[in-house]
Design a protein around this ligand. Structure first.
Ligand SMILES: NC(=O)c1ccc[n+]([C@@H]2O[C@H](COP(=O)([O-])OP(=O)(O)OC[C@H]3O[C@@H](n4cnc5c(N)ncnc54)[C@H](O)[C@@H]3O)[C@@H](O)[C@H]2O)c1
Ligand SMILES: O=P(O)(O)OC[C@@H](O)[C@@H](O)[C@H](O)[C@H](O)CO
Length: 538
């Protein structure tokens, strides 16, 4: 059983093994999509394949759509070369249910996959052709939070960005430069309307995309590389930068799922860790639960994607629902488990949900510290949401999610995942930041994590994070078994603790720095001291 257009011709063979196959004419769908694309996605990683592409597949099956999607990959071209091209853009989605069964679907909704690479003339020309097509309604993104950044960890502009600002839209090297050059082509084609929809886990994600693209438009206009009307176009109601909230736990492709598919007879499933550190395979594995709530602002109209389960609402509701998920009911709890999971030697998130202290930790951070300051968005109930996260989704033993995946880019996530709660306590008349006992423990846990030595005293590898080079030097002087006096710790860690980009607040200004240092010192005492610190405070 080969995962190619030819390989799935023998439908009976796949269906006998329980695979759901596309119920539409793939060639016809691809032709229609190429002629009149309506949806392009940037970021060909796992979430896109498990969620966006699967939604479109379901809608194609139900005849709610007649066209699929185009995907562009602008950071890690290996994903296209190694996973999309050899499999004719097909992918297997393995949905891991809480009862242990796996739904297996061959998804064929990706009509075209293209590297967003300005050195690849034909692919770039094709992308411009897509962007100048009147039919295009939306561009979605899953490129991680750092994908929108124009600066490095020290706040310095990235060299590619500086070069692109000067050189203009002809041949940009940076991701956002490339995306802006496609929008420039759309502007030149008659200021055609479009919705730019970030579906990354960052607060007010649409604003991040807008800020990056606007910076390019302004720089190009200032440097005589684009008309000033291009800036007006980006700022006009012809181009929207909608906010969204996305939710579907999508772990990296897992060996147990690969084995299951191999046992069915599916061939050539080898996962790859690309040179840019993306974990990809011809299949993706994800949970069943999914939410995609999007601000309903589509200047070129939109098809009725509610039939695929997407929810459309106003910006204020998206804001509330995103805050509920990203700042309280899911992602902070994930980060607690990621940090302490790595330090306590766990390799599976669901196993951590059998650990008495860790369960108490996430319950307290979630229900006691976070939930009281959450605003109910109305369309999803925060209490029910967190209940399902902690009782069904995260403990699902069939989900091969790892603390190491979630620990990726922690420095980029602490501010939104915990900082908003701290700010809410600081600004409420009836609350006190000092009542937050465990959020500072998690911050201390992160500093302890950065030592890259687990609670048993063994070295482990830190997950990739753009700030490692910036923050690790402050941690270098600390050794397991060597506690220090409080002033010494604070003096060393001050530049980190006062960095509001990392924590969302300056920890000194909210009187939390001392508490974090105290916890950190306790966790330094020796082998087992992370566990004993958790026991002491939980
Ligand atoms: N996996 C999940 O459970 C999940 C759930 C909800 C939201 N998300 C959001 O989706 C994002 C992607 O998740 P995924 O599971 O697809 O990850 P993935 O590792 O499978 O794919 C990451 C994607 O981002 C791109 N990327 C990485 N670094 C980049 C950079 N510096 N600039 C531009 N592009 C870059 C990669 O090329 C790839 O396309 C997450 O960062 C998060 O914001 C993920
Ligand atoms: O994807 P990230 O890197 O923002 O965060 C890791 C996980 O917390 C995240 O992917 C969750 O699985 C996801 O947000 C669930 O919807």
């Amino acid at each position: 059983m080969k995962l190619t257009l030819e390989g799935i011709q023998n439908r009976k063979e796949w269906e006998e093994k329980g695979y759901s196959l596309p119920q539409y004419d793939i060639a016809e769908m691809r032709k229609a999509t190429k002629e009149n694309p309506f949806w392009i996605h940037f970021g060909a990683g796992n979430l896109f394949r498990a969620f966006h592409a699967n939604v479109v597949q379901n809608m194609l099956n139900n005849k709610d759509l007649d066209r699929g999607l185009v995907v562009a990959e602008g950071f890690d071209y290996e994903i296209i070369e190694k996973m999309y091209a050899p499999h004719d853009n097909l992918g297997i989605v393995a949905t891991l249910k809480a009862d242990g069964t796996i739904d297996k679907t061959v998804v064929a909704s990706v009509a075209e996959s293209l590297p967003l690479d300005s050195n690849n003339e034909s692919a770039y020309a094709r992308l411009k052709e897509i962007f100048t097509n009147k039919s295009l309604q939306m561009a979605t993104f899953t490129i991680t939070e750092k994908g929108y950044s124009l600066v490095n960890g020290k706040g310095e502009q990235l060299p590619d960005i500086t070069g692109d600002f000067v050189d203009g839209p002809e041949k940009p090297a940076s991701y956002m430069g490339k995306v802006t050059s496609l929008l420039y082509a759309r502007f030149k084609a008659g200021e055609l309307p479009i919705a730019m929809v970030s579906t990354d886990n960052c607060s007010h994600n649409g604003d991040k995309l807008y800020a990056a693209i606007l910076a390019f438009a302004k720089a190009w206009a200032e440097n005589g590389k684009a008309e000033k009307e291009f800036v007006e176009y980006i700022d006009s109601n012809k181009v929207s930068f909608t906010w969204s909230m996305i939710d579907k736990i999508t772990p990296r492709p897992d060996a147990s799922v690969e084995k299951n598919l191999l046992n069915d007879g599916v061939e050539e499933l080898d996962p790859v860790i690309t040179s840019k550190n993306t974990y990809v395979a011809p299949f993706v594995n994800a949970e069943e639960t999914e939410y995609l709530v999007i601000e309903d602002n589509f200047p070129n109209g939109r098809l009725d994607l509610t039939k695929g389960g997407l929810m459309f609402t106003d910006r204020d509701t998206v804001d509330k629902v995103e805050k509920m998920k990203v700042c309280t009911c899911l992602n902070p709890l994930h980060t607690c488990l990621a940090i302490f999971g790595c330090v306590l030697g766990y390799n599976k998130i669901s196993d951590e949900m059998k650990d008495e202290e860790l369960v108490k930790l996430v319950e307290t951070v979630g229900y006691k510290e976070g939930l009281p300051v959450v605003v109910n968005p109305g369309i999803l109930d925060p209490k029910e949401f967190i209940d399902t996260v902690l009782k069904v989704r995260v403990p699902n033993p069939f989900m091969p999610d790892t603390p190491q995946r979630i620990a990726t880019d922690t420095s980029q996530k602490l501010a939104i995942r915990f900082g908003e709660t701290i700010k809410a306590y600081a600004s409420a008349d009836n609350r006190n930041v000092a009542d937050l006992k465990l959020i500072p423990l998690v911050f201390a846990g992160w500093l302890r994590y950065l030592m890259a030595v687990d609670d048993a005293g063994n070295a482990f590898e830190l997950s990739p994070d753009p700030l490692l080079d910036t923050v690790c030097p402050y941690i270098e002087g600390f050794k397991l078994g060597e506690t220090k006096d409080a002033t010494e710790i604070e003096a060393t860690l001050k530049p980190v603790l006062e960095n509001d980009k990392i924590f969302g607040v300056n920890l000194y200004e909210v009187d939390m720095a001392e508490k974090v240092c105290g916890y950190f010192n306790e966790m330094l005492a020796g082998v087992g001291s992370v566990r004993s610190t958790l026991k002491k405070y939980l």
